[in-house]
Design a protein around this ligand. Structure first.
Ligand code: GLV
Ligand code: MN
Ligand code: MN
Length: 416
């Protein structure tokens, strides 16, 4: 079948309009999970998908499923989508591009008057980022049976508000679950969030999978005291202990060939310029393709933290708060993405996803693969995050044509 194209003007309009929800003054978005901005973006998505003829289902985690019926509704459907929450001062493309790409695919199919064999479902997974409520990918994790719904409802943000309470407050706590399993295939379309595609001059990234991930929360306890009279050699300073730990965590990451380590959040207490901090809470994010090397790096980090606590006279509590194994994608779907890019005349590159995505969980029970487009300057999780409109449309074209291929797979065809 000849390839079909999305409408780049409409795609740009959708992306520009949705970026207004939580827009920051420097061109990014702050649309934290279950915030008012998240709710407003959800309402807009629902309106657009329903105007495009889709039916909306909302499950007990607030995951939103937009269903475009196929000819044979008994066949396993094809799923696509991503997330509409963002990091604080995050970018306009992370996550939302995958949902809008799915919306544009629906609109392009409508324009062409095409009814596919199978249902197409575009999903908005709740709380992918894990910034306000930890861990992330909670919507997809519960859907996959890997995270416990009640435990996720009980998560609290830094203000003490609960996930369950906030989900109900924004009006997205569904009363029943929607379960379209078994899924025939799952595609997630996303920006690369790194520098590889741009540096190699390629338009479409074809990841073979997603790296594994470990998250830690660390609590340092020292002795709070006055910044003036307390002699330097008598201090048990939580900030000093932290500075030594953070520095070594960076060095351990730097020394590893393929594992990265990040200290992202730091909360000293009482956080006052003339008080020696008595407490400090910080987070660590460790990722790599090689699980053994990732665990080796984690062990080195834990050892370094304990050593620095001892040397600085502080005590430390290290908690591993999240662990996800790496996700190798389905080889046939990965090849389909590469071939589809070729059919569209788009240069493609095989790679690995260094960022995590909801597909890390969906991949555990459904044949899955992802489509990447370049991030300008390799920047993401920042307001400057940017992808050219032409590249956004190119990725949407690959997604659309992979949807057509898989949604038209006849009964009996399976990606086993
Ligand atoms: C999510 O965006 C992540 O990779 O942490
Ligand atoms: Mn994302
Ligand atoms: Mn993200």
């Amino acid at each position: 079948m000849a390839t079909l194209k999305t409408d780049p003007v409409r795609l740009e309009r959708f992306l520009t309009e949705i970026a207004a929800f939580g827009a920051t003054k420097n061109g990014g978005v702050t649309r934290l999970a279950l915030s008012d901005e998240d709710r407003d973006a959800r309402n807009q998505l629902k309106a657009w998908f329903e105007a495009a003829g889709c039916e909306t289902k909302i499950d007990r985690m607030g995951n939103m499923f937009f269903v475009r019926p196929g000819k044979n509704r008994a066949l396993p459907p094809v799923l696509t989508g991503s997330h509409c929450d963002s990091q604080p001062q995050g970018g306009r493309f992370d996550g939302i591009l995958g949902i809008i790409g799915g919306l544009e695919a629906v609109c392009a199919l409508n324009d062409a008057g095409v009814t596919l064999e199978r249902d197409l479902i575009v999903v908005n997974w709740t709380n992918e980022e894990g910034s306000r409520f930890t861990p992330g990918t909670t919507g997809s994790g519960v859907f996959a049976g890997k995270l416990d719904r009640e435990a996720m409802y009980a998560l609290t943000d830094r203000e003490g508000l609960t996930f369950g309470g906030e989900l109900a407050r924004i009006g997205y706590k569904g009363e029943t679950d929607f379960d379209p399993r078994p899924l025939h295939a799952n595609f997630e379309y996303h920006i690369e969030q790194g520098p590889v595609l741009e540096r190699q001059g390629k338009t479409i990234g074809v990841p073979k999978g997603i790296v594994c991930l470990r998250w830690y929360d660390v609590e340092i306890t020292g002795v709070p005291n006055h910044a003036g009279p307390t002699p330097m050699n008598e201090r048990r300073d939580a900030v000093y202990a932290f500075a030594r730990m953070a520095s070594e965590i960076f060095e351990i990451g730097l020394a590893s060939d393929n594992v990265v380590a990040t200290v992202g959040e730091v909360h000293p207490s009482p956080n006052s310029r003339n008080v020696i901090a008595g407490n400090l809470h910080f987070t660590i994010d460790v990722r790599g393709w090689d699980e053994t090397e990732t665990d080796r790096v984690c062990a080195d980090i834990e050892k370094a933290i304990r050593t620095h606590a001892e040397v600085t006279g502080t005590t430390v509590d290290i908690r591993k708060t999240w662990e996800v194994e790496r996700a190798p994608f389905h080889p046939q779907l990965v090849s389909m993405i590469r071939e589809t890019a070729g059919e569209l005349g788009l240069p493609a590159l095989d790679m690995v996803s260094g960022a995590s995505h909801d597909t890390v969980y969906i991949n555990q029970f459904a044949p899955s693969a992802m489509i990447f487009v370049p991030s300008i300057g390799g920047r993401s999780h920042a307001e400057v995050e940017e992808t050219s409109w032409a590249d956004c449309a190119a990725g949407a074209d690959v997604l659309l044509n992979c949807i057509i291929k898989t949604c038209n797979d006849p009964e009996g065809v399976e990606y086993a």
